[in-house]
Design a protein around this ligand. Structure first.
Ligand code: ZN
Length: 326
């Protein structure tokens, strides 16, 4: 018996090396390149060991303004699957994505997953507000789309990807309920979210909080003096206790509102830094999609006078992994 094992092992090794190249490649993790971290994290959760999930844009990177570097082109070249959000979020990457879509499977996950009736229309060059990850119930819909693509490209991974997607979607359903409950604890007159740019329309609609962005949907245009004065008046009238800065946006616009409100005798605090168009650092809770939404909601709820709800049981593994204690 003890002799048979090494013999068997070497026989297996020999047969493995003799397999045609394509079959070997089928066993290697699928190289999936996503533009933003909010997609890459879903890929990692759904794909597990079947994928190598790479995000082009790291923490603090603004996707509206992002332009591809020579290195990004190389990253796309190595990809077996390219995923982007769509609806002009990655405005400057349009040409590059179009070029690569001719040779590599490329999916705009938002249009591929989210029904048109759930989209928010906006009156600017965008047409559709692209910040769909802000409504957890909508972003959950990209998980089965991604599982389907992984199954197509790695049939051996189909069952695992489907099961992972289902487990992840149930975590997101619990997160969605938790956000709703937490935001509902904010006194109604103070339930207004003031941020630099309009990234939170889906969040506002899903979780019943009024949203006021000073800049437009994109960050490509800057807020004017009139926008800032108007916002300062609103904040003073409503006695809003806090406004928020964003990790991908220069905080000077928000500081200008705070200064303008101070001139009118109203003191506002900065309620914390929110993740709007990028997640936090890798290896931290905020570097996951769940953590991004969780930390944003905690900051918003606490700064506006509410109390975050207890975290649902189905998220306890996530909380433990990332050292999140309520
Ligand atoms: Zn944005």
């Amino acid at each position: 018996m003890s002799l048979a094992r090494p013999l068997l092992a070497s026989a297996l090794l020999a047969s493995t090396t003799a397999l045609p190249l394509t079959a070997v490649a089928q066993d290697a993790p699928l190289n999936v390149v996503s533009t933003i971290g909010m997609i890459a994290d879903v890929v990692a959760n759904v794909g597990g060991e079947c994928v190598e999930s790479i995000a082009l844009m790291g923490p603090g990177i603004d996707p509206h303004l992002y332009q591809a570097t020579a290195r990004d082109v190389q990253t796309f070249q190595d990809a077996e699957l390219i995923l982007y959000s769509g609806y002009s979020l990655e405005g400057q990457l349009g040409d590059v994505l179009e070029r690569f879509s001719e040779r590599t499977p490329t999916v705009a996950v938002s249009p591929a997953s989210i029904p048109p009736s759930d989209l928010i229309s906006v009156e600017d060059i965008y047409g559709i507000d692209p910040h769909l990850w802000m409504d957890v119930s909508l972003w959950a819909k990209i998980a089965p789309t991604i599982a389907g693509k992984i199954a197509e490209l790695r049939p051996g991974c189909a069952d695992a990807a489907k099961a992972n997607a289902e487990a992840y979607v149930s975590q997101l359903a619990a997160l969605d309920g938790w956000v709703e409950e937490s935001i509902a604890s904010i006194p109604e007159e103070q339930r207004i979210l003031v941020t630099a740019h309009d990234a939170f329309n889906y969040y506002g609609r899903a979780y019943d909080i009024e949203v006021a962005g000073i800049q437009g949907i994109s960050t490509e245009s800057e807020a004017g003096i009139a926008d800032i004065r108007e916002m300062a008046e609103t904040v003073a009238e409503r006695d809003v206790p806090a406004v928020f800065i964003e990790s991908t946006i220069n905080p000077r616009t928000i500081q200008a509102v705070i200064d303008a409100a101070a001139e009118q005798g109203h003191t506002i605090e900065i309620g914390g830094e929110l993740y709007s168009d990028a997640m936090g650092a890798a290896g931290t809770a905020g570097g996951t999609y769940i953590g991004m939404i969780y930390e944003n909601t905690r900051h918003i709820t606490e700064a506006l006078g509410g109390t975050p709800a207890p975290l649902p049981e189905v998220l306890s593994d996530w909380a433990e992994t990332w050292g999140v204690t309520e």
